[in-house]
Design a protein around this ligand. Sequence first.
Ligand code: GLN
Length: 501
Amino acid sequence: MGLTELTITQAHAGLVKKEFSALELCQAYLDKIEKENEKIFAFLTVVKNSALSQAKKIDEMISQKREIPLLAGIPCAIKDVILVEGIRCTAGSKILENYIAPYDATVIKKLKEQNAVILGKTNLDEFAMGSSTENSAFGPTKNPHDLTRVPGGSSGGSAAAAAGNLCVYALGTDTGGSIRQPASFCGVVGLKPTYGAVSRYGLMAFASSLDQIGPITKTVEDAKIVFEAISGKDPLDSTSVESKIENCKLKSKKVPSSPPSLRRSVIENLRIGVPKEYFIKGMEPEVEKIIKKAIKKYEEMGAKIEEISLPHTEYALPCYYIIAPSEASANLARYDGIKYGLSVSKGKDLLDVYLKSREEGFGAEVRRRIMLGTYALSAGYYEAYYLRAQKVRTLIKNDFEKTFEKVDAIFTPVSPTPAFKLGEKIGDPLTMYLSDIFTVSVNLVGLPAISFPCGKVGKLPVGLQIIGKPFEEEKILAIGKILEVDELRSSSPFANARVKS
Ligand code: GLN
């Protein structure tokens, strides 16, 4: 297997056993990026020199026989909405085209403590608003499985980088599905953590009550490793909480594989809920078939499958599209042409500078969201829209709470279709919004969920979503791993890696 096809555990083992050096590993990815980024356009910025000098440091540690953490020397990619000190951070927007991050986000600090090798920053929909990465001011990312199709969004650059072997793993963010949907479209694993499990300090805010940072990886096991490294309470984010999972942080730890007894202990007495509202008209029949087949496999392995109802599901999307733009309109008020980034100085007065900078700096979708949000929050409409949406959010939360009294996890599709064609939905925002129909509820309620590949329509991957109770990331990852190891030997692009790890 080539160096660019390794999982985290494999790369770590190779480094420790000196099968290859961190420098060779890093160079292999830089070469691959050099060769392929032009066509996939996953990266907006590549930081070759700092990646190589970091890799050199790891080699020194290894040669001094020092124990290295699991993520040490492993090349990764970071969504360009997460600050990495000294590196440009654009949020996919013209307004921040030349903005240099003045400090590290907490997740980056944590990765650096593990001596991770950061290769660069990945493309995204402007300010993470979108489902296809076509809203990037710098051009769309392409799906490595089919270059005429979108990689999903908004973390499309991160998902495409992982799927195209341009990095071992990536960080994305998920406000309404932006880790899970691109992971599904690109055939990789995405974890949206419980709200508060991962610090948002140093993440450019889109909708603060919904945003979470999470891993995009090639295997479920890798998602667990990265999640453990980045999660935990942070005094700089008051919404963050201590994770129940013991952090592996600076220690190198063996990751247990999934022997039959472990598998049995996960599946035994497992109650899986399948919400009837998630199998809707308009869903692609092939996708439905693949999801149902995956669910059936869990049943055959001994899990108890129950049809459940989440009756307020139909209101989740409209509720999300009031709350997310409202929060975004407030969060994006800071981009005024004075404090950050682009400034159009030819205005006749200060207000004119604000207006012109924002008009020139923001793209169409961002402006649409700011207008929607400002309207929903304005005097006279606040009660009718924002407040009402918050009440609906509570009803959706109650649906899940009631359901989780009866089941341990909920299985659903991630998206009604596989990756769509570039340009297919960009002219019709409402159709684009519909691709989030199965993912937004999870953010409204703050739950953890993973997306991982469970089949293909032609050459296009399809993901299964497993939603868990708050802070039960470990459980949903363990459930996902069972199907991954057992069923994907032949169909996954990373099949060898998955089976061997
Ligand atoms: N596609 C959704 C939106 O456009 C979700 C975005 C996200 O999760 N960042 O808002």
